[in-house]
Design a binder for this molecule. Structure first.
Ligand code: IMP
Ligand code: MG
Length: 176
């Protein structure tokens, strides 16, 4: 695996994002961080601890699949508590084409959130989707794993962001 972003660089950037969110939301009523399962679990845990404000944590589970009309996203579960009137920060692992984040924002708006701002660890600008208010890192159009992100449900526990070699991809896909 080729390392793209080190664990140390992630930690430093997450601390900065946390401080920025804390400044922006000081005094906001009912701040709720909503993580998108499963890829955001590492980022959510670290970001939450970098925000020195009272807040709530919630989760949504979305399933995306490639349908005939492009990428389709279905809501599987969540949010588990009320976000009515809340200032929501949606926490995503990565924005590629933007379908997942668009669906999650629409869900939280339907649930009555007062505001929804997007915080994504990674953004692939070449895929053409808008970035969101808070972005950890812009990355090239490569498939990445680690720090929550998977390939075929593996590699989420890798502590850095990396790019798989072809033989690792074959092994993870069950090809030997
Ligand atoms: P979008 O809906 O096209 O923005 O894709 C977002 C979702 O696709 C993310 O929540 C990830 O689950 C997945 N995804 C996109 N790019 C990558 C990648 O490079 N590695 C792992 N997962 C990815
Ligand atoms: Mg995902």
């Amino acid at each position: 695996m080729r390392e793209l972003i080190s664990a140390e660089a992630i930690a430093a950037r997450v601390r900065d994002l946390g401080a920025e969110i804390a400044r922006d939301f000081a005094g906001a009523p009912d701040l709720v961080l909503v993580g998108v399962l499963r890829g955001s679990f590492c980022f959510l845990a670290d970001l939450a601890r970098a925000i020195d404000l009272p807040l709530r944590i919630d989760l949504v589970a979305l399933h995306s699949y490639d349908g005939e009309t492009g990428s389709d996203v279905r809501v599987l579960a969540g949010p588990f508590g009320s976000v009515r009137g809340a200032s929501v920060v949606l926490v995503e692992d990565i924005i590629e084409r933007g379908a997942t984040v668009t669906e999650a924002v629409a869900l939280l708006e339907r649930e009555g959130a007062r505001s929804v701002d997007v915080c994504t660890l990674l953004w692939k600008p070449s895929a053409g989707a808008a970035a969101g208010r808070y972005v950890g890192f812009e990355i090239p159009d490569e498939f990445v794993v680690g720090y929550g992100l998977d390939f075929e449900q593996r590699y989420r526990n890798v502590p850095f962001i990396g790019v798989l070699d072809d033989d690792e991809k074959r092994a993870a896909a069950g090809g030997g």
